[in-house]
Ligand binder design. Structure first.
Ligand SMILES: [Zn+2]
Length: 543
């Protein structure tokens, strides 16, 4: 026997167990239909009542995940918990001890607007002072602020209230808004003027992202509050809601209570804490006065001209009332330590969902009991392979995703060194088909363009293991849409994310376990495990 064949045999021996399996295969075989299905059936059961973050059922869901982390043999990575015996316990022999838990607890503030809100315009001239009070929900609406506040301040009109560096458009360079209330139009300069300079030069963002950007800019300039004149759609929405509430899923005499009636934020993140009030066009014209030519001013702004102006002799009085509640939330964190302790691959999925409203349970089977099952199954399979990975694998189940990506935000804010995180794998909804007619093996992989190994490995594994999956690979510079991946993108962590897409039951009480395509889900989990096995145990696979 040559030395070459000896070492070849040795290699074979090391790679094969008594049953002729490689460690990688051994892990793979622990991912079964039963192991994939059972976490979904528990988490999305009616007993868990939609596991809304901050409720008892949300806490039970977290406790369940922590218990399974411990059961399958992960090491805890959460906060340390100390036990200090009292006198009686000491007599019985109990000792002081400190242990690491699977929980990373954190707090968030939940804000609900109260039924009474006040907005008044005070006009002062040489002869008189006139105060006009407006009707809440008829003349103005309050977007959910961070808390109650009473503000009385002069008004400044700031056009669209936007600074756009690229085009040089700046609504703030002519006026001082510090300690004042700003009044602005909704939307972007150029809206309604299709071929204008502004329409060509300023193309985005839109919707809430735009609103958040504009709020941030107003706040940075020192404004105390924002009054935004409602756009056409907001006005029609008000009218439509006056007697009957309509949307595609629900008709009723009253708007159904919703999860979106409240706002939740992490304290100390400086997250949007400036009051924003939508005012009707009539309030707007009261503020601006009869001489103000609205259409002409908009046209001017569409030519990238500054139309901002102080509004003299006018003060706005605001009284915003909210009810606040502190929520106790927690992430669940466990790990398999690698040979390099301080290099991490993070695998995460949120375990919270939308709760229960007006007697309907939002079970959240696809969103995101399916993702939690993936995290649990990958952890179990990695441990069953019995290979110590090169890098530490951190398994994370996030709380509060549905209430503003809170858990992952907290985690990223409190992780000492984000450079240690080599990659993030996110799961959010991997259990459904796009619709009744859609093929039953489709899945999208969203990934950071710079992270090619995720694609190479996945393609290789699908063919090597005959996985019935049709993957659309969707790479971008900044894959920062809609889930816990957002915060990792901010720190430039390479990531990939499996997602079976929106479906008719998305964020509806009908997202139930019975509708899950478990065959596809199991294959996505198998594929993810195979990718993670390579990435964590084989440094060559990163090349
Ligand atoms: Zn989700």
């Amino acid at each position: 026997m040559t030395r070459f064949t000896t070492s070849l045999l040795l290699l074979l021996f090391l790679n094969l167990t008594a049953f002729g399996q490689t460690p990688k295969d051994k892990g793979l075989q622990t991912i079964t239909m039963k192991s994939v299905k059972s976490p979904v059936q528990f988490l999305a059961s009616d007993q868990l009542e939609g596991r809304m973050a901050g409720t008892k059922q949300g806490q039970i869901a977290g406790e369940y995940v922590a218990s399974l982390f411990s059961f399958i043999g992960l090491e805890p990575v959460g906060d340390s918990v100390s036990f200090k015996p009292d006198r009686y316990q000491k007599l019985l022999g109990a000792e002081k001890r400190k242990t690491t838990s699977f929980s990373q607890p954190f707090q968030a503030i939940e804000v609900t607007p109260d039924t009474i809100q006040k907005l008044a315009l005070v006009t002062t001239s040489d002869k008189s002072t006139l105060k006009k009070e407006y009707a809440y929900k008829a003349d103005f609406r309050v977007t959910i602020p961070n808390g109650s506040s009473q503000i009385s301040a002069p008004v400044v009109f700031v056009g669209y209230g936007l600074t756009d560096e690229k085009s040089g458009y700046d609504d703030f360079n002519k006026v001082d808004v510090k300690n004042k209330i700003v009044v602005r139009w909704a939307g972007l300069p150029g809206d309604g003027f299709q071929n204008s300079q502004a329409a060509k030069a300023i193309t985005g963002p839109e919707g809430r992202v735009l609103e958040r950007l504009k709020n941030k800019q107003a706040k940075e300039h020192g404004a105390l509050a924002i009054l935004e004149v409602a756009s056409g759609t907001q006005i029609s929405h008000w009218n439509a809601n006056q007697y009957y509430f309509h949307n595609t899923m629900y008709e009723g005499v009253k708007k159904r209570k919703s999860f979106y009636d409240k706002r939740v934020y992490l304290p100390n993140t400086g997250d949007g804490n400036i009051p924003v009030i939508y005012i009707s066009p009539s309030v707007f014209s009261d503020i601006m006065g009869p001489e103000f030519q609205n259409t002409q001013a908009r046209k001017k702004a569409s030519e990238l001209k500054n139309v901002s102006q102080a509004v003299s002799g006018k003060t706005i009085e605001l009284a915003i009332n909210t009810r606040n509640r502190r929520l106790q939330l927690r992430n669940v964190l466990g790990k398999i330590e690698g040979k390099e302790k301080n290099k991490f691959i993070v695998i995460g999925a949120h375990y919270d969902h939308l709760g229960i409203h007006d007697g309907y349970i939002w079970n959240g089977a696809d969103d995101n009991a399916s993702g939690v099952s993936a995290v649990l199954n990958i952890a179990k399979a990695m441990l069953a392979s019995k290979v110590q990975p090169e890098y530490t694998i951190l398994f994370a189940c996030w709380d509060g995703e549905e209430r503003g990506l809170l858990g992952s935000h907290y985690f990223v804010n409190h992780w000492s060194n984000m450079d240690e995180i080599m990659a993030y794998l996110n799961f959010d909804m991997i259990g459904r088909n796009a619709g009744p007619e859609a093929p039953d093996n489709q899945v999208t992989m969203i990934y950071s363009k710079a992270f090619q190994p995720a694609v190479t490995l996945s393609k290789q594994h699908i063919s090597d293991y005959n996985l019935n999956l049709d993957v659309s690979y969707n790479g971008s510079e900044k894959p920062d849409s809609g889930s816990d991946n957002v915060w990792f993108v901010k720190d430039n962590v390479p990531l990939f994310w499996f997602h079976t897409g929106g479906q008719p039951d998305y964020h509806q009480p009908t997202d139930v376990p019975e509708m899950i395509n478990y065959t596809k889900m199991a294959n996505i989990i198998r594929l993810s495990y195979l990718d993670i096995f390579e990435l964590s145990t084989n440094p060559e696979s990163w090349k």
